[in-house]
Ligand binder design. Structure first.
Ligand SMILES: *Cc1c(COP(=O)(O)O)cnc(C)c1O
Length: 434
């Protein structure tokens, strides 16, 4: 131990902390992090999916190095630069026709969703936004304003309306979940909320922070039809589950829908801060100087993002996410037959969730203990969910089958230790998680 973790607590604010265990890291390679204690930790979180190609990927290193060797400024606010233009052109080729207009660049999913929320209202003249209960769209005032996650209580916009996201496990079946969520939405639009006042519906094609909820077959097709009837724009927040993670390039493709606006973040920069909004020209060009931060569109982050997209294509990482994800899913399904704590395994590709329950209720404490115990045994993963009881798997898209097996073996041990009471609850004292 270098004592880095303790030193951090004497110098760095806790305001951005979302900690589950006391680990400091000094390096990383591929799917592994290197602890300051010399341990190698298998990373099934990839910094919440941001390290989409794993750690220290040579393609990103080379791209960043090249961009910095002859730096084309630090921003796209007042001059155009080649990496941003190339990245915009590439992103336009990756979205459906109706979203293929212009690209806006930001630093994070938060500033991207905040920009969309302001932009759709300004461009359409409609004041209202729809989003889902449990939705996480960001941590800035404007993105929290359109979010429905319980961790963001009190920050909602007055013109935001939240509707239930279908939860197949809680409802007992996908059909029941779908019917209830659609009935709620249809009634809302027929009674309380005039649909012609709604600018946009923010959706997560898999609701990740809300608990890695996979929508029932056909649900978003029906949502799309409703939105088209009323001229409501569909905003697909692909920040965590997009860019190949779900086993398709865009996660909304599983639902067979075509959103009007697509939001990318997290894995786009492969660990560097960059986000993008792609959508129709009439909206994305609504007004100049409408949403900007000084180093938006900087060539270094744009070059990293371009390298990420090229590597996903070149190395067939979408197919790898599908294949390795299926294998991981099957291994987790096998664990479920042996661990009473596992209530449900779900997800797509390398966006998976394992919901832990005890006596029919969310097993919050056991979830936090399992994450802590896995860390002790060498596996990094976190938990999500409106009830804080869903283990989340968002490993690098480069994950191999052997790494997937290794992680599942550690989780197997961790769950057994928690169930047998071998993990001391006092360990959680400093780790409230979320
Ligand atoms: C993480 C996340 C965001 C916010 O991204 P930041 O990089 O934290 O600003 C937005 N939407 C979804 C779906 C996310 O998972």
């Amino acid at each position: 131990m270098s004592g880095l973790y303790a030193r951090e607590s004497r110098s760095v604010s806790t305001m951005a902390h979302l900690r589950f265990f006391p680990q400091a890291v000094v390096g990383g390679s591929g799917a592994y992090l290197t602890g300051d204690d010399g341990r190698k930790l298998l990373d099934f979180a990839a910094s919440w999916g941001a390290a989409s190609l794993g750690h220290s990927h040579p393609a990103i290193r080379e791209a960043v190095n090249r961009a910095l060797c002859d730096q084309a400024g630090a921003s796209y606010l007042s001059t155009a630069n080649e990496p941003s233009v190339l990245l915009a052109e590439k992103l336009l080729s990756l979205v459906p026709e109706r979203a293929r207009g212009r690209v806006w660049f930001g630093h994070s999913g938060s500033d991207a969703n905040e920009t969309v929320a302001r932009m759709v209202v300004a461009a359409t003249g409609r004041p209202r936004i729809l989003a889902f209960n449990g939705a996480y769209h960001g941590g800035t005032v404007g993105s929290m304003a359109v979010s429905g996650h319980p961790a963001q209580q009190g920050a909602r916009a007055k013109d935001l309306t939240l509707v239930p996201y279908p939860n197949s496990y809680a409802a007992g079946s996908p059909e029941a979940a779908k019917d209830a969520a659609l009935a709620y939405l249809e009634k809302l639009l027929a009674t309380e909320i005039p649909p012609q006042e709604i600018a946009a519906f923010f959706i997560e094609p898999i609701q990740s922070d809300g608990g890695m909820l996979v929508p029932p077959e056909g649900f978003f097709k029906d949502v799309e039809a409703l939105c088209r009837t009323h001229g409501i724009l569909i905003v697909s927040d692909e920040v965590k589950v997009g860019l190949g993670r779900s086993g398709r390039f865009n996660a909304f493709e599983h639902a067979g829908i075509e959103p009007d606006i697509v939001v990318f973040g997290k894995g786009l920069g492969g660990g560097l801060p960059v986000s993008a909004v792609v959508g129709p020209e009439a909206i994305l060009n609504h007004a100049v100087a409408f949403s900007l931060q000084t180093v938006h569109g900087n060539p270094v982050c744009a070059a990293a993002a371009l390298a990420v997209l090229q590597t996903i294509e070149r190395d067939n990482l979408v197919a790898n996410a599908e294949r390795t994800g299926r294998m991981l899913r099957e291994a987790l399904d096998r664990l479920a037959t042996r661990h009473a704590l596992i209530g449900n395994v779900r997800g797509r590709g390398l966006a998976l969730g394992v919901e832990l329950v005890a006596n029919g209720a969310p097993a919050l404490r056991q979830t936090a203990l399992a994450v802590y115990r896995a860390f002790q045994l060498g596996l990094v993963l976190y938990y999500v969910g409106v009830n804080s009881n869903v283990l989340e798997f968002t490993p690098p898209l480069t994950l191999t089958e052997a790494e997937a097996q290794e992680g599942v073996a550690i989780l197997d041990q961790a769950l057994a230790d928690v169930a047998a009471g071998r993990v001391d609850e006092a360990l959680l004292a400093d780790f409230a998680g979320w």
